[in-house]
Design a protein around this ligand. Structure first.
Ligand code: HEM
Length: 431
């Protein structure tokens, strides 16, 4: 029976193939990997009816997924969708349609995408991210200080959730005194997703109004922050309009927020469930090494990454993918979580191996829409997990894995809560 409130309707199409697993149930949300293994083997490009009623193709094999992500015949522009109007304009980012901020990188194709991406890349540089490292460390320590003496915490609510929202606010140039408002608005959106609830709509509206006003202020009074750089950035004399800058700030906030929450949440959960790997990592961190942390974060992204499905794509012409004919106008969803467990590509794919070296996973996507924020995500993920393990060395799960609930939603994969315990008493020395 399908009783998952986030996915209220049954996936009728999946009964077409005999033995096909039921998708989008609670059980599936808890552990989708057996169902993905079945699809990879029996129906690698699989037509399904999504909980919203929209029909789409799910692509689950690594080779097909990589090809689809880089295929220029698959558009990001929902104007190409032949389906019902209510499915249009979606990337899976909560509230974006209500925000009227839909002209952003994940919804457009070249040449507009090339122009906007070039402009934002001038502002969002690896140098800016590297310079941000001490602030991420400071934020991480401050959040851990908040619960270290308690002996217990909900790592999603107390740690994984606030860290990226404060980090991205700082990077964008949202003044500190306004950042708790962002925490509240983002909290509303992450809890309720893009559903038609009044609270979400109000939060999106407030955020949109705030960003528009902030951009206006920064134009008058630029500072040393990403929004000011977005306004300043020019490409052959061209600048972003205020609307484009607002849409860009919005996509940076949302593409960089729930993803990073899930990297920290899913990553910590995977480490707690694989004590041998976690001990290895703790040993290597204690020895002052960083190699295992770097490969480990990539492996955590592959093993149980934050983005389960890449965002929507639409066939602009009839095409064949993985031997399956796809009609023009059909939506195509690349299942990154399935591709990254494909035994044709990864040896022993269901095993967490923090030292895995041949690990060209698709957790950050592939092709022209490859994650723009990957350097920031790596910085936040590495800082968060290393600091957590160093400061709370005996961290342990305070719930049965079967009792943990995963947030509903098609695109993202993340826990609602992650209750943990650790030795009470004086907090361990900071480095
Ligand atoms: C662990 C954290 C993250 C993961 C797993 C992740 C994953 C992804 C994936 C899979 C895509 C491609 C989606 C597609 O092709 O449909 C993407 C795109 C993008 N990501 Fe990330 N992301 C993360 C963090 C961030 C951060 C921190 C930022 C910025 C602050 C960011 C900004 C973006 C942007 C702007 C795009 C669109 C790029 C384009 O269309 O050209 N992401 N991300």
């Amino acid at each position: 029976m399908n009783d998952c409130p986030a996915h209220p309707t049954a996936d009728g199409e999946n009964t077409v193939e005999s033995g096909a697993p039921e998708l989008f149930t609670w059980e599936f949300a808890t552990d989708p990997y057996p169902a993905y293994a079945w699809l990879r083997e029996h129906s690698p490009v699989h037509r399904t009816t999504l909980p919203s009623g929209v029909e789409a193709w799910l692509v689950t094999r690594y080779a097909d997924a990589r090809q689809a992500l880089a295929d220029g015949r698959l558009s990001k522009d929902s104007a190409h969708h032949a389906g019902p109007a209510n499915a249009k304009g979606k990337t899976g980012i909560p509230g974006e349609r209500k925000a009227e901020l839909t002209t952003h990188l994940l919804n457009i194709d070249p040449p507009d995408h090339t122009r906007l991406r070039r402009l934002v890349s001038k502002a969002f540089t690896p140098r800016r991210v590297a310079a941000f490292a001490p602030r991420v460390q400071e934020l991480t320590d401050r959040l851990i200080d908040g619960f270290a003496e308690q002996g217990h915490a909900d790592l999603i609510h107390d740690f994984a959730f606030p860290l990226p929202i404060y980090a991205i606010c700082d990077l964008l140039g949202v003044p500190r005194e306004d950042q708790d408002d962002f925490r509240d608005w983002a909290g509303m959106m992450i809890r309720h997703g893009g559903g038609p609830r009044g609270g979400v709509a109000r939060s999106v509206k407030k955020m949109r109004g705030y960003l528009a006003e902030l951009i206006h202020r920064k134009r008058e009074n630029p500072g040393d922050d990403l929004i000011s750089d977005l306004i300043r950035a020019s490409d052959q004399g061209e600048h972003l309009t205020e609307n484009e800058a607002a849409a860009m700030a919005f996509i940076l906030l949302f593409a960089g927020f729930e993803t990073t929450v899930n990297l920290i949440g899913n990553g910590t959960y995977a480490l707690l469930r694989n004590p041998e790997q976690r001990e290895r990592l703790q040993g290597s961190l204690a020895a002052g090494e960083s190699d295992l942390l770097a490969t480990g974060i990539e492996e955590l992204l592959r093993y149980d990454g934050p983005v389960e499905l890449a965002t929507w794509r639409y066939a602009t012409v009839p095409l064949t993918l993985g031997g399956q004919d796809i009609a023009a106008g059909d939506p195509v969803l690349v299942v990154l979580a399935a591709a990254d467990r494909d035994p044709e590509r990864f040896r022993d794919p269901d095993r967490l191996d923090l030292a895995r070296s041949d690990n060209q996973h698709l957790g950050y996507g592939h092709g022209i829409h490859y994650c723009l924020g990957a350097p920031l995500a790596r910085l936040e993920g590495q800082t968060a997990l290393a600091t957590l393990l160093r400061r709370l060395p005996d961290l342990r799960l305070a719930a049965e894995p079967g009792d943990l609930r995963w947030r509903g939603g098609l695109i993202m994969r993340g826990l609602r809560t992650l209750p943990v315990e650790f030795g009470a008493g004086p907090p361990p020395e900071k480095k």
